[in-house]
Design a protein around this ligand. Structure first.
Ligand SMILES: [Zn+2]
Ligand SMILES: [Zn+2]
Length: 86
């Protein structure tokens, strides 16, 4: 397997976004995004993945939709009610 082969040769894989985090095997295999018009793929550490993937929410009272980049599960209120994350 490419990942372990590289690791065994002393390489490490850095996150393609922050270039700081060394990717774990799970991050390397799960946090993949295709690059348009390319066979290359981007691989992200968990923190960057959480930043990149937007969470959608919807207010059940007025049907306003929104997105939230925050990696933490935070509570968002709209019309005095907690919104539902989808
Ligand atoms: Zn990263
Ligand atoms: Zn609302």
């Amino acid at each position: 397997m490419k990942f372990y082969k590289g690791i065994n040769q002393g390489d490490h894989y850095l996150c393609d976004r922050c270039n700081v985090s060394k990717l774990s095997f799970n991050e390397y295999t799960n946090n993949i995004r295709d690059i348009e018009n390319s066979n290359e793929k981007m691989r992200y550490c968990d923190e960057c993945r959480n930043y990149i993937i937007l969470k959608k929410w919807k207010c059940t009272t007025c049907n306003t939709m929104g997105t939230n980049r925050n990696e933490r599960e935070i509570e968002i209120k709209h019309c005095n009610e907690l919104v539902i994350f989808q």
